[in-house]
Design a protein around this ligand. Structure first.
Ligand code: CA
Length: 239
């Protein structure tokens, strides 16, 4: 298998070099870009497998790089930025980023996120996720055609909203989805004022699945959103 090609978009040279050296030590190939414009051109010409993106670039905002890239590519995009406000993270995720890390970051954490993103890429490429009829993640199985959910072969009964939330999470396994995203997809942007909050629905869904699974499936990103973790067949969350 060819080594994955990672595009590093970062105008800060020491950070760029650090990421590049780390990627090399782990056997990844890499390309670099210092500006948003260069990032887009390199994406088109080199077709990287993944992008590591700084948000504060000299010529344009990183969020605009995401928006432009998403018009033609589904490659995972990991944000590495010094912007730590939830609103910045949400804007980047809503624009189509997969994940974010706040500077200063640990190299081990970056590598862990990279592995998650590359598995998501394999998933997207391997199974044409959108058309898939059955989703499996460790002992969890979702039969999209029948609308049924199983853990270790035992059916789990979910409410229609819990099921919708689970489908969104599973179709984007490994990616952080924002609160806005769920509210747009499930309630067409308007969560009825008398219905429980998204947090309550998620809590119930987690309980129904994580108790039989005996492990964490849905990761909470406080004030930002949720992500479904990839479970191994033996039943432990990876990264
Ligand atoms: Ca910068």
């Amino acid at each position: 298998m060819t080594k994955p090609l990672v595009l590093i978009v970062e105008d800060d040279k020491p950070v760029r070099n650090l990421i590049a050296l780390t990627l090399e030590s782990q056997g990844y190939r890499h390309e670099s870009a210092e500006t948003g414009k260069a990032a887009i051109l390199t994406s088109v010409s080199q077709q990287p497998d993944l992008m590591i993106l700084d948000l504060g670039l000299p010529d344009m905002d990183g969020v605009d790089v995401i928006v432009k890239t998403r018009t033609w590519s589904q490659m995972p995009i990991i944000i590495v930025s010094s912007r730590s406000d939830d609103s910045d993270k949400i804007a980047a995720l809503d624009a189509g980023a997969d994940d974010y890390l706040t500077k200063p970051f640990s190299i081990d954490e970056l590598l862990a996120r990279l592995r998650v993103a590359l598995r998501r890429l394999q998933y997207l490429r391997g199974s044409a996720a959108e058309q898939e009829l059955v989703f499996t993640n460790g002992p969890l199985k979702i039969d999209y055609a029948g609308g049924c959910v199983f853990v270790d072969g035992r059916e789990i009964h979910l409410s229609p909203i819990e099921y919708k939330l689970l489908c969104l999470l599973s179709r984007n396994v490994g990616k952080v989805l924002t609160h806005n995203y769920f509210i747009k997809e499930v309630w067409q942007n308007a969560l009825p004022y008398d219905s429980p909050s998204l947090r309550v629905y998620m809590a119930t869904l987690r309980k129904k699945l994580e108790v039989p699974l005996g492990q964490k499936l849905i990761q909470t990103h406080v004030n930002v959103g949720y992500r479904m973790l990839r479970l191994s067949d033996g039943g432990t969350a990876q990264d």
